[in-house]
Design a protein around this ligand. Sequence first.
Ligand SMILES: Nc1nc2c(c(=O)[nH]1)N[C@H]1C(S)=C(S)[C@@H](COP(=O)(O)OP(=O)(O)OC[C@H]3O[C@@H](n4cnc5c(=O)[nH]c(N)nc54)[C@H](O)[C@@H]3O)O[C@H]1N2
Ligand SMILES: Nc1nc2c(c(=O)[nH]1)N[C@H]1C(S)=C(S)[C@@H](COP(=O)(O)OP(=O)(O)OC[C@H]3O[C@@H](n4cnc5c(=O)[nH]c(N)nc54)[C@H](O)[C@@H]3O)O[C@H]1N2
Ligand code: SF4
Ligand SMILES: [Mo]
Length: 815
Amino acid sequence: MSTDGKYNISRRDALKGGSALGALAVAGGAISLPFSTKVAAKETPVKADEKIVWSACTVNCGSRCPLRMHVVDGEIKWVETDNTGDDVFNHGHQVRACLRGRSMRRRVYAPDRLKYPLKRVGKRGEGKFKRISWDEAFDLIGDNLKRIIKDYGNDAVYLNYGTGTLGGTVTKSWAPSQTLVARLMNLCGGYLNHYGDYSAANIECMSEYFYGTWVDNNSIDDVQNADLCLMFGNNPAETRMSGGGQVHNFVDGKNISKTRTICIDPRYTDTAAGREDQWIPIKHGTDAALVAAIAHVLISEDKVDQDFLDRYCVGYDRSTMPASAPKNASYKDYILGTGADGTPKTPQWAQPITGIPADVITKLARDIGAAKRIYITQGWGLQRSANGEQACKAIMMLSLLRGQVGLQGGGTGAREGDHSYPFVRFPTLSNPVSASIPMFLWTDAIFRGTDMTATTDGVKGIERLNNNIKFIWNYAGNCLINQHSDINRTHEILQDEKACEMIVVIDNHMTASAKYADIVLPDCTTSEQSDFCMDGSAGSMPYFIFASQAIEPRFECKPIYEMLSGVAKRLGVFDEFTEGRTQEEWLQWMYAETVKQNQDPDLPSYDAMREQGIFKKQHDRPYVAFEAFRRDPIANPLPSPSGKIEIYSQELARIAKEWELDEDEAITPLPEYVSTFNGWDSPERKEFPLQLTGFHYKARAHSTYGNVDVLKAAAPQELWINPIDANPRDIANGDLVSVRSKHGEMNVRVKVTPRIMPGVTGLGEGAWYSPNSKGVDQAGSINVLTTQRPSPLAKSNPSHTNLVEVTLIKKMGAE
Ligand SMILES: Nc1nc2c(c(=O)[nH]1)N[C@H]1C(S)=C(S)[C@@H](COP(=O)(O)OP(=O)(O)OC[C@H]3O[C@@H](n4cnc5c(=O)[nH]c(N)nc54)[C@H](O)[C@@H]3O)O[C@H]1N2
Ligand SMILES: Nc1nc2c(c(=O)[nH]1)N[C@H]1C(S)=C(S)[C@@H](COP(=O)(O)OP(=O)(O)OC[C@H]3O[C@@H](n4cnc5c(=O)[nH]c(N)nc54)[C@H](O)[C@@H]3O)O[C@H]1N2
Ligand code: SF4
Ligand SMILES: [Mo]
């Protein structure tokens, strides 16, 4: 029922104002087995004065891992991970931390740790600060908040996106509405909301018009029940790295069934890496064309599940089209060329668009047509693009054409789901302000907020914004500069101190974003406080972790709860904010509520939970999404307008007519291939001939862990380029190159490799922005090259749709 730990259903519910309690784990007919975590035998510390404390890694990498801190003389000496359970697939296996979590000690003790509250003295971005006391910091924040709320209104206060400690409960940094910052602001009249997120805004938005809800998928261990597995731009070996995560389940499931696996990605990923049966390289942004051609073969060769399409869907062919739709506007018309564009979407048509030979497409379609159970999954990279809404919906069409939804071994074609464990969260109260912007447009809302409306910029909850953003809370996020697109544009916008008047950054390190703060507050790491941690992608074994305080707060760092209590005092809401509880007492409260709600005899006492560190719940079979709908679509309709899956959406047809769009943007009621800005066929390719797609890299969780030396050495920052593109540019492996786009420039080393298709380059996102005096980034920080132009429907970040040119700077590499 969930996807990313961040993307479980409780998260989606919470976005829609649901309760603090997560969704029940038993939806979709899965049965929770009584399963006791095998608690490890008490270890004998090596040294008499050594303590072993359960902690956790709570970053946003899609997983969540327990860490066992070995503490001597108040200092973490080394880090281990889960030692409960064993290696048996789907039987309480160990949740093992990856290379990043195991280097947590280096993050806690990094030289760039924030030590004291700071006030900016230079220009924003210069990184010049002076040390101030906590009292001064609280006064400055309190006074400015009061002034800005009085002069402009609560909707001038914005909580920026930040996922650095997404996996915590007290410390939870995302969704903004679930953070303690939201609790504080809600007690003072509220703040400007945002919707969507940098991860998956396009698929989330499109899902609403397709199924009427977030489209979940079967858990990845269901590959054991499938006879074909298709992975579209999905790379769990890098994006779900922990032992609790999907890559473990995928490998084990595939070992059982030997399911034929096809990876479709411009890059030969670590997930493919010998586990795949076929790699089909594809140009970025063209999956919808590939799918249309597959559909053409399936329809022509009579391989579609007509009964399923008739009973569960709207708009496949003319028989299920809504009355309001124009003639010949069904999906089948679009594919066969009997619709408006008159083009049959044959494999020959798709070949020049996708870069995939027509006979490879035909063979792929026949494999799909011959398989009974097909597990199709997609990552989010392909929808983090200029036409991402279309691409993700197109891929999900394949599961519909073959009638796979709600079946074991089948699924929806969305990102893999998980079972989850319900846990009661810190109550964050509700926001009296209803106005909401697409999260990607916050930079625009600083200087043209009052021009932003529902039809021009996707504003919700109000027709037009009343205020520009004047105050930003930036908690555990690096989107103030590093992770937001077009760093140079953001820099310009933030330079005007009369536009956004105050920026508060709460972080552990002097990040690129912290350098743009007016006030910096030094936060405790997970090792320096206690919290419950959860929401890792867990397949059929959800779990949660009791992370106990391992060491004293370093320097003058304070936990978020304490620092916001300090601000609450200045704002006159201290008693309401704390309800008289300490952080430890809130943990006890949340756990007691969880025990009360779940009535689960396996849950240990609070003290026993702290001792055992991790609680696991093993389910007896892989999660199946939309099982009840499949069983009986009349009794269990979808929340879409028709109660069915809307291949043709009347709502999208209306939006396409009413919204103001540019010429190179399209919103269509069907999942169609459309050409886009910065696309493979853009006229701008004359100047910038190569596509550049980012990817989420094992060296970091976004920018977090980006300052750890051993990780940088193990997984260096490098631009992937095919020898066919490198040779004419006289570029060899290891050389230093310049990468330029319309928006900026960087210098970075290259990896010349056939693991990326010709015409496309690739770069791990999240490197720490390090400009030289001319503003040329020296670290390979991809957002100096990306655009702030949003996707047409979701108004979200097209991070992976870029055009660049690469030129040699210096020969450095060995051939
Ligand atoms: N070009 C490009 N840009 C992208 C993406 C892409 O694919 N390409 N991906 C996008 C996606 S999917 C996402 S989710 C975003 C992620 O963007 P962010 O949510 O900004 O993620 P991070 O860069 O990890 O930043 C997290 C911050 O939290 C801090 N932090 C970590 N632990 C703690 C803690 O305990 N307390 C506090 N106070 N701070 C802490 C870290 O130091 C770091 O500064 O980036 C987006 N940006
Ligand atoms: N190690 C690590 N793990 C992470 C993160 C991290 O920063 N580091 N971030 C986490 C977060 S917040 C998120 S949102 C997820 C992100 O997870 P994803 O969005 O799935 O990850 P990406 O690496 O952006 O994209 C996945 C793959 O899509 C491919 N791709 C790009 N464009 C296209 C296309 O047009 N078509 C096809 N078929 N493939 C394409 C890329 O080459 C890449 O291999 O990962 C999570 N896991
Ligand atoms: S970075 Fe992710 S996979 Fe690695 S230890 Fe942390 S939570 Fe686990
Ligand atoms: Mo993300």
